[in-house]
Design a binder for this molecule. Sequence first.
Ligand code: HEM
Length: 418
Amino acid sequence: MNTSAPKERGLDHTLAIMQEGYLFIQNRLDYFQSNIVETRLFGQKVICMSGAEAARIFYDSEKFKRQGAAPKRVQKTLFGVGAIQSMDGQVHRHRKVLFNALMTPTHQKQIAELTLHKWRQFLSERTNGGKVILFEEARKVLCEAACEWAGVPLKQKELPMRAKDFTDMVYAFGTVGPIHWRGRKARKRAEAWIKDIIRDVRKGRLQVPKESATHQMAFHQQLNGNPFDLNMAAIELINVLRPIVAISTFITFAALALYEHPHYIEKLRHGSEKDLENFSQEVRRYYPFAPFVGARVNRPFIWNDCKFSKGMLVLLDLYGTNHDTNLWEQPKKFYPERFDHMPKNAYHFMPQGGGDVEKGHRCPGEGITVEVIKASLSFLLHDIKYDIPKQDLRYKLNEIPTLPTSGFVMKLQKNEKL
Ligand code: HEM
């Protein structure tokens, strides 16, 4: 069945995603002067769309479902096979309650405090200064904080490997070749590790606090009354740990933002909590991380004169919507003050998905993400002195996900305390 959306000619454009990355959808929408376009990806017809109105439709769970939307290569690296991201209806909502309950403002505060504590510990071990790569240090700090908060025991000597495994899973999903296979291996290793921990908790060999994420995943009762099988308990616990570690990408971009816009350094040092919050939100809007989300049409409908037929794959452009000239004034400008007057709207600002976090698939970890960025910014602004040596700080928009090439090298000054 044809849609009447503008149609890109050609057999398949999957390779173009590798070439155009974050701009893949926007380039086509610009070309056709439309907010919706039909193309062919992964050997099938795919609708790509962008903007707040498209997001409102996309997050209507009557119209769209997630089952069968995420390719296996994404499940085997990023999400885990059969995790919450591919669920629908009542079973999804039941599982979402479990995740949302672990991410309340109290939890956000706990993780942010732990993060700041771990950053200070890192500094106390580096009194002689020297060069560090921020991305690599951030993932270790966050891995330690996440595991401690979640009740996952972690040996110091394992920390670099576990931290790297979590970010390797994230950096694998959009790639082919060695980086992709490294991500699959990282997931296998992490699942085996976390399965052992869940098993020990269930058998009473390891005691963890009842309210911890590990305990909750180990003893969660599904809608059918059964606990998770061991595999799923591990996958869903990793669904909490991995994304916390992934905030290291935003922390790296936050440091880049301070470097690219140095007039904010003094402003933030002497500013309010709201200034720090605005800056963190602008980091999430401006810099590229999650590119787009996918879903399949649940029941046929017509929107914007286009027929959406059952089963069709639809991609919603997150990066494009966060840079949409119809929604943002000067979207290509890094301007945290725009968040001073940002009206609450679930479909404009979507660095971690849109819609309703309770009922839909919107990321439950946004509060944690913002608080952890704020805590890390606060550390960079108040706790350390560093220089930025010459390095390649460019990031490529055609790599999904991306990062400044150097990972942000910092030369710490001796006795850095301000
Ligand atoms: C590092 C920054 C993060 C980014 C860029 C990010 C991005 C996203 C995106 C794009 C989605 C999918 C939204 C959709 O399908 O409509 C999502 C879902 C999810 N995120 Fe995040 N996220 C981040 C941090 C976190 C954190 C810190 C946590 C938990 C501690 C978390 C846990 C989840 C879970 C469990 C889902 C699945 C929700 C569902 O399917 O209902 N994320 N995230």
